[in-house]
Write a protein that binds this ligand. Structure first.
Ligand code: IMP
Length: 173
C-alpha cells in the first residue's frame, strides 16, 4: 500500500461533524429536514452527521459524477435522480464530500431548486476553495483544504481508499 500523509484524523473529523450537526439543529430546531446525501463520497460524512443531528431528519440519495482519475471533467452526469415529491416543500440540506471547482454543487443546487424545496442549503466536509471555478460557496464546511488530491473518509482515487477512517494525501514516490 502507498504511503499516506494524514491531514485530519478520525477524532478531529468527528468533532467537527458534531459542531456542524449542532449548527444545523440550531437553525432548524424541530422543523423537518430532508438531507440529500450525494453518492458515493459523502456517505461516511452523512452517516456521522445524521447520528449527531438531534432534529427530525429524512435522508435521500443523489448520484452525480464528473470526475475521472484526479480531474473534474466539468460535465456533470446524473446517475441517480431524486423524486420531486421528496423535495417539493421541504427544508433541504445537501451533503457533499468536497467542493472543488464548484460545478457539481452548482448543478445540484439548480437541480434541486427546480423541484421547489421550501429552503435549500448545503454542507460539505471539505472545501478546496483555491480551485473554485464557479462562484459558489457551501453554507457550512468542515475544513478548508489546499489544492491537493485528498482521499479517505468516503473520498476515493479511482474508487480506492474510501474506507480509510481519516482524510489524507497519497505520497507519490
Ligand atoms: P467539483 O465539481 O469540481 O466541485 O467536484 C466535486 C466532486 O469531485 C466531489 O464530490 C468529489 O467526488 C470529487 N473530488 C474533488 N476533489 C477531490 C479530491 O481531492 N479527492 C477525491 N475526490 C475529489
Amino acid at each position: 500500500m502507498e504511503k499516506i500523509n494524514v491531514l485530519f484524523n478520525e477524532e478531529v473529523i468527528l468533532k467537527r461533524i458534531s459542531e456542524i450537526a449542532n449548527l444545523l439543529y440550531e437553525k432548524y430546531g424541530d422543523e423537518e429536514v430532508t438531507f440529500v446525501c450525494t453518492l458515493k463520497g459523502a456517505v461516511f460524512f452523512a452517516c456521522d452527521l445524521l447520528k449527531k443531528y438531534k432534529g427530525d431528519a429524512r435522508i435521500e440519495f443523489l448520484r452525480v459524477s464528473s470526475y475521472e482519475g484526479e480531474s473534474s471533467t466539468g460535465k456533470i452526469n446524473l446517475k441517480l435522480p431524486l423524486k420531486a415529491e421528496n423535495i417539493n416543500g421541504k427544508n433541504v440540506v445537501v451533503i457533499e464530500d468536497i467542493v472543488d471547482t464548484g460545478y457539481t454543487l452548482d448543478y445540484i443546487n439548480k437541480y434541486i431548486s427546480d423541484m421547489n424545496p421550501k429552503s435549500l442549503i448545503s454542507c460539505t466536509l471539505l472545501d478546496k476553495k483555491a480551485r473554485r471555478v464557479v462562484d459558489i460557496d457551501p453554507t457550512y464546511s468542515g475544513f478548508v483544504v489546499d489544492d491537493l488530491f485528498v482521499i479517505g473518509y468516503g473520498l476515493d482515487y479511482d474508487q480506492k481508499y474510501r474506507n480509510l477512517p481519516y482524510i489524507g494525501v497519497v505520497v507519490k514516490e
